[in-house]
Write a new protein. Sequence first.
Length: 603
Amino acid sequence: MPDDLVDFLATVHPYDSLQRDELARVAGSFSRRRFAAGDVIYEYGDRLPGLYLIQQGRVEVTDRNGDSVSHLGPRNSFGERGLLRDGVAVTTARVAEDAVILMLPRDQVVRLISEYRAVARFFDRGRGPVDRGSDLARLKVGELLSGKPVSCAPDLPVIDAARLMRDARVSSLGIVEGGRLLGLVTIRDMSNRVVAEGRDMRQPVRHVMTPDPVTLAPSALGYDVLTIMLERRIGHLPVVDDGRFIGMISQTDLTRVQAISAAGLIREVVQAEDVAQMARITARIPELLVQLVQVRLRHEIVTRMITDITDAVTRRLLDMAMADLGPAPAPWCWAACGSQGRQEQTGVSDQDNCLILAPKADPAHPWFRRLAQRVCDGLDACGYVRCPGDMMATNPRWCQPLEVWQGYFRDWTRHPSPEAQMLASVMFDLRAIGGAAELLDGLQRGTLAEASKNSIFVAHMVGNAMKHRPPLGLIGGFATIRHGEHRHHIDMKHNGVVPVTDLARIYALQGRLQAVNTRARLEDAEARGIISGSGARDLIAAYDTIQLARLENQAHLVKAGRRPDNYLSPSDLSDFERSHLRDAFVVVRGMQSAVGHGKGMLG
């Protein structure tokens, strides 16, 4: 096989992970064929002989309905989803520009997957996050670091070093010269070696530092930190990467990581005496997010834990309000919608809630107005900002007796205007948080039954679900935001998660499924035969990939000292991560196309 093919494969992931002799062996297994623009490489339903790889040219991939799902260029693979499932194509591939296409036979693809972890991971769209428990010993030292390293030159006067520590709110400094760590100085050093001995505060800090301190690499484990600190009776450990000082681990860092947990925060919330105390507790949620992501918990566990804290805050606010307001004039149910309703909150969430009152209750009664105001104000103070669309219990429209809510859903179903579709999309995700949950249970059963029978309403909801499209660009790239603060970024909420959430809601309507959580809806839809097993598995894997990328990006922002948001720059991802994320978006677009054509499943 010509060396040029070996050299080409060495630039393509996952083949770039192979040793040269294995790479030459794989290159010898590839066949090569030229195609002209307009040629069909394979069609939906064809038996696939192997995996395709573009060496030159362009290929357009369409779903079984003829809708374009991907435009691919050199180094892009295609056909793997059908090949690795049952060997039957789930898309059609047509040459858009004269092309040279390589094909690796299926038996060779299977062999590489079985023998090489990097290859197996590349073709495993779920990416396999594992549940490992969030104990400190499993974390890597690099994952314990937070913020930028604080350091100074060895000739800086001691008094200026002390001021630097004070202003940066740290208890130690790395002493660095020419990018290399020479030593460290701590608050304790300042006390024992300078103040207690009456030494000159203008002398260079090198005279009071601990020279050549014990260091750890970012790849070391938290267990190593614990062992060294205990054995040497030290409270600070510099972290060095190839001689370069990149951060400091202190006993305070270890205590923070060990102490924070969802259960611990919930316990503190339950015991909180006022809103200010709760706000201090919820301010630690970003730290919890980082910890949960770092130990590779599945995304649905992470978002459930974060939502559980929000639920606890809401219930505590309800209890505090009722203690002051006295008995309610009628039964009521406080319900959450949006991401809290679906138990899918991340590091950034606003509040979406409503009050469902007992039949014939007076929604204008001061008791209900005060309850809503107290709880919504408290949530805002705790970081759950007010809903931009005013979908909160403080809005009289969303604080109504049961019969009015029944009328809302009936009107939305029978007259599906754009506003009705939007409101129904939000309100179908309601979940009871406090009060009489049976008020919501009866409402949901009745509305699901009526809505699912109305084919016109379902069709409008399908159309509404098509408004949010995965961010797929031409020529195998991403369609990023073009202008403004988030230029060159992807909106991982509205263009990543929301399309899947919308699809899952459609399946729930079609099957009258009681689940509200997106992943649970997809699993129930598969179990009830609303979508095929293969389509469900593909979509769940795609959803897992998208949510994991979203959470990892938020954790990265928190560690960099920034507020978490939903905007991801593809340039921050590795080739491997970009490839998997793009594949996930392709699956979602294909499922949207299937639903839009009334088929409801993909292959």
